[in-house]
Design a protein around this ligand. Sequence first.
Ligand SMILES: C[S@@+](CC[C@H](N)C(=O)[O-])C[C@H]1O[C@@H](n2cnc3c(N)ncnc32)[C@H](O)[C@@H]1O
Length: 454
Amino acid sequence: MSPFSQIRNRISQVFGLTERANWNDEVRSAVEGLAEERRWTLEETALRCRQDSSVLLDLAGRLTVGETHFFRHPVHFEEIAKLVQTRLANFSRGAALWSAGCASGEEPYSIAMAIESQLGEPGIRRISITGTDINTGALQKARRAYYSAWSFRGTAPWVISRYFEGDSSRGSHLRDPAVRGSVSFELQGIEQRAAGFPAKSLDVIMFRNVAIYLRADTLARIYAAFRRILTDDGLLFLGPSDPRPTPDLFQPDKAENTILRPTTADVEKHRRFSYPSPKPAPRRQVSELGPTDARSRPSRPKQSHQSKHPPPRAMAIPNVPPVPGATLAEAARKLGDRGELEQALSIANTLIDAEPGSAAAYLLRGQLLLGASRLEGATQDLRRATFLGPDQPLTRYWYATALHGGGSHRATVAQLQETKRLLEDRSPNSLLEDGETPVSELLGAVMLMLETLV
Ligand SMILES: C[S@@+](CC[C@H](N)C(=O)[O-])C[C@H]1O[C@@H](n2cnc3c(N)ncnc32)[C@H](O)[C@@H]1O
């Protein structure tokens, strides 16, 4: 793989940036720009990107879109001020808020100004707002807090006169010390930063106009992490065009669908009971389990003609629509991909019933639950699969992925290290338990995850 392709893939894997039109050109010009600044060759730049996460961050930051302004979507700031007021009135603790993808700081400072204008200095002093981004230049601007007229479009004149000094048509400085003191900035990717917040430690997450730039798999992990770190009565704010999380994690507010509330156990229980319960399916042999689905594998999918497996058989289970030309496991995965989770699970349950000692059957159900961000069930199943097949590296890798989604940092690292140990004993070109993934591919994925976590 060329140094350029290595860097491009790594940026996509670590930060989840999607490949938009002209992506190759944009990445190439960012890589060449950095190489020229640092006087590195392309090979050296690729090596540094692997060895030093700050170099990769620097490059990724050059590829993002930092468009923002003060009080963008004003109703969000009114809601935040209301929520914070209730928090401070009811609890002795303060409130913690995160602006994830804060660009040059207009968003977190708007939160601070909205709160200060409602609750005054004593209120704002009990608040902590973290602004994070991967764009170094944008964060430098945020820390300077000096803004041009473009940042004030749509901002009420009283806000400018109350908090800023200078001439907003040319440039203004945010001077208010209490407002500035409540906001801190950090250079970090969203997924990596989310892993560092304790469970239920945040009252508000603003994640607006960032999701549209991210890959679906990264986004699913980010939303699962948000559910873990947000309090049950906290709020998640999204931009109008951002892809939404699945309803088992968050439900939109009735009046304003860019404001979402965590789905609590009660809501989830109610929702689950509203499904028609599947009739028991006939027992089948777990030997019918097919290969791991390409989409669920950690790396490059293969063409179906490369498969080492016998041609898949058609399935017919009462109460589940047949999926032509698929083994039971493939059928379950296909149904899961189409969002027909209950039916997919009913197949997985049948396979577990048929052979309760099968690691593959638990792996299948765990992967289905993980794909639907049902982390607790996924973790249980993947733990069991790992127990049943302790020497199976792919299975252990998926268990680590579920632990990571649930925020169990130490356990994730321990499982990844064990996966790495299992892989290192094997030849790089040999195939793993799905019969398709080479050892070297999974090892690459494991090393990448370990690097971002350790
Ligand atoms: C369009 S701006 C949105 C700014 C602000 N949230 C708003 O809505 O006005 C998107 C920001 O997200 C940041 N971003 C994109 N991907 C990111 C990632 N994986 N981790 C952290 N920040 C990211 C970009 O650098 C950019 O500054």
